[in-house]
Design a protein around this ligand. Structure first.
Ligand code: NAD
Length: 345
């Protein structure tokens, strides 16, 4: 009997397990002796220790088979922020998360760990050492963030000790590391097309970039400590590398590490912001005739030119969190993992 209970508590499902963070999470869970199901809309990798369930998380019937006999669920699925598709974000991040909660309750899951985002409190202006007490952004920077807020609220309010159902949200910021299809490849692409010459603002603005293995560590600690009367129940926690770095210094480290030039010309923040704003107005006026998805947007200018770093004091206090990999080591590991993106001239 005791063995069966232990086995059930070591069985988990990772929703979004085919994604960048999801795959790293799955690998670490397997290393820690968990039996792992992956639920995703696509199969992102091969591993015969993992049981895959393909489906759409918006559909409870799709989800249920992946949750049978499972006590612990990680929900780290989301459409890519760059898709900028309002209806899709609303459907997957908000309505889909409601379906996840219902399915978990129906299947008798006890713990739900959501991957939220520190951006739920960011409005495009400076945040220095922000704590979890900051209110949700009244004007979120994009649709993605708008629905991450709805999603997080839904998960945290679903915490229900009477039904033995416990929830927690992890808020990482700027996840990076090997096999990320977004940050490094997009940065390299921008450098190759000559778009990485300018530093927006004075280049001193500190930002959190968090190594994927530290984010995974935060998730597993949260999952293992989430239980009756735990201070984690129904709460959100920042998980960072605890080493904020100037945004442009981080970009430069990755670029020079891969053999590209670092950006060196400064453009005042206000000028970049208003140019991006003007561009978005022009594209709005032209939208009945042409559709262009600009990369130079006021939101991207704000992300690159403001301070936004967060305290992970609460995670240290309540989960015993401490980053496992330093930023220096994490950058080196990341650069090493992209040999195919090195500058060849
Ligand atoms: P990712 O795009 O690599 O992975 C997301 C996964 O979700 C994909 O495998 C995708 O197929 C799956 N998915 C999307 N829609 C689905 C659906 N309807 N049904 C089932 N599966 C679906 O993203 P990631 O970078 O690994 O991010 C993971 C989580 O972390 C997301 O919730 C994201 O909001 C959050 N987050 C990411 C960052 C970052 O810097 N990458 C920062 C903060 C928070």
């Amino acid at each position: 009997m005791a063995t069966r209970v232990r086995q059930a508590s070591k069985k988990c499902t990772v929703i979004g397990g085919s994604g960048f963070l999801g795959q790293h999470l799955v690998e670490h869970l397997l290393e820690r002796g968990y039996a792992v199901n992956v639920f995703d809309i696509r199969k992102g990798f091969e591993n015969n220790k993992v049981q895959f369930f393909l489906g759409d998380l918006c559909c409870k019937e799709d989800l249920l088979p992946s949750l049978q006999g499972v006590m612990l669920v990680f929900h780290c699925a989301s459409p890519a922020p760059s898709s900028n598709n309002r209806d899709l974000f609303y459907k997957v991040n908000y309505l889909g998360t409601k379906a996840v909660i219902e399915a978990c309750k129906e299947a008798g899951v006890q713990k739900l760990v959501l991957t939220s985002s520190a951006s739920v409190v960011f409005e495009g202006t400076d945040i220095k050492n922000g704590t979890e007490d900051l209110p949700y952004a009244k004007k979120p920077i994009d649709y993605y963030t708008e629905t991450k807020i709805l999603q997080e609220k839904e998960v945290l309010s679903a915490n229900d000790p009477e039904r033995n159902f416990f929830t927690v949200a992890i808020r990482p910021h700027g996840i990076f590391g090997p096999r990320d299809p977004q940050m490094v490849p997009i940065l390299v692409q921008a450098a190759k097309s000559g778009k990485m010459k300018f530093i927006i603002g004075d280049g001193k603005n500190l930002v959190d970039f968090t190594f994927v293995e530290n984010v995974v560590h935060g998730h597993i600690l949260a999952a293992e400590q989430l239980q009756t009367d735990s201070p984690l129940c129904g709460k959100a926690f920042h998980i960072t590398n605890d080493e904020p770095i100037p945004f442009w210094e981080f970009m430069s480290c990755i670029l020079t590490g891969l053999g590209y030039d670092a950006p060196k010309y400064h453009i005042p923040y206000w000028l970049a912001y208003y140019l991006a704003f003007l561009l978005s107005l022009v594209l709005l006026l032209l939208s009945p005739f042409i559709t262009v998805k600009p990369t130079f947007t006021p939101m991207r200018v704000a992300l690159a030119g403001t301070y936004h770093y967060y305290s992970c004091q609460q995670a240290k206090k309540h989960m015993g969190y401490k980053p496992l990999v330093s930023l220096h080591e994490a950058v080196a590991k990341t650069i090493e993992s992209y040999p195919h993106l090195r500058c060849s001239v």
